[in-house]
Design a binder for this molecule. Sequence first.
Ligand code: AHM
Ligand code: MG
Length: 340
Amino acid sequence: MTQAVDPVSDDIVTLQTHVLQEKRRHPDASGTLSWILSALSISAKIIAAQLRRARLENVLGAVGTENVQGEEQQKLDVIANTVLMRALGSREGVMVLASEEAEEPVVITENRGDDRGYCVLFDPLDGSSNLDVAGGVGTIFSILRHDRRSSRTEDSVLQPGDRQVAAGYVLYGSSTVLVLTTGEGVDMFVLDTSIGAFIRVERGLRIPESGRCYSLNEGNRRSFPAGYCAYLDWAQGNGYSSRYVGAMVADVHRTLLKGGVFMYPPTEKAPSGKLRLLYEANPMAMLIEQAGGQATDGQGRILEIQPTALHQRTPVILGSPAEVARVSEFLMPAPEAGAA
Ligand code: AHM
Ligand code: MG
């Protein structure tokens, strides 16, 4: 017996159609955001194709240069960055582009004294140390409306994460998955390479309320603040599993779908953690909150942090609300002896 098809709930929706549908719900929108999302989608397809052929084309390994954070740049970091800069830089309405791979934001259009136009911030190829072993890597992006109050156009990128109008990531894994929020829930798309289109596979994605899994680099445990170690002792005593790819996009994607908690705590080497606020933590925090989860730096919501520098770092704890709440409890300072 063939299964009945419901033409409404079983409809085939590409990312492009999805974006047009969203725009139709906001008739006043200029359409600029749709153009930006389309540039991100094209970039993701190009990067996915490059990654698949990387070993064959001999573009694996380091370039021999370091980026602004003193990290060794992989050839594919540079390629992915160039693809995004080219695709986004020519889109009308893009005012500023900021990348993990570039020291300063790139101003495309100068401040015209209004709020029209957008800043797009991205980590072109996150987790790129996984490339040589064909592991999962990703692109992370954050979109802010231009802030006309900023004295210099490029300072417009320094807005707290709760001002993001859209955020998402692309996971280049066993399939290419794009996860997107425009502030009204989280939707997931998978690249159908045979037709070259992202197809929507999930609407209104919700993170599980809890999940018995933690994800962090336990090799750094000796230099974690005591609260994290106490949480790990608790989790291990309660039968939790550990999963860590070492690529934020892959680890956050698993956490989003299966539940649990992902963390990058402060360490001796990186006292503010390793992950960057503006183009790693903020977009992931927006996605996780939009899916019903929580994201904190151990003290408060990541999305409320006022940034002061493009490449600033922050500790990250994000995932299922019950698990983030539990980690936060372990991080609370013990009440002073004798306190009422
Ligand atoms: P990158 O942007 O230079 O690739 O670094 C960020 C990556 C994240 O994807 C991942 O969560 C983290 O670094 C892993 O760091 P570590 O190897 O210290 O566990
Ligand atoms: Mg990164």
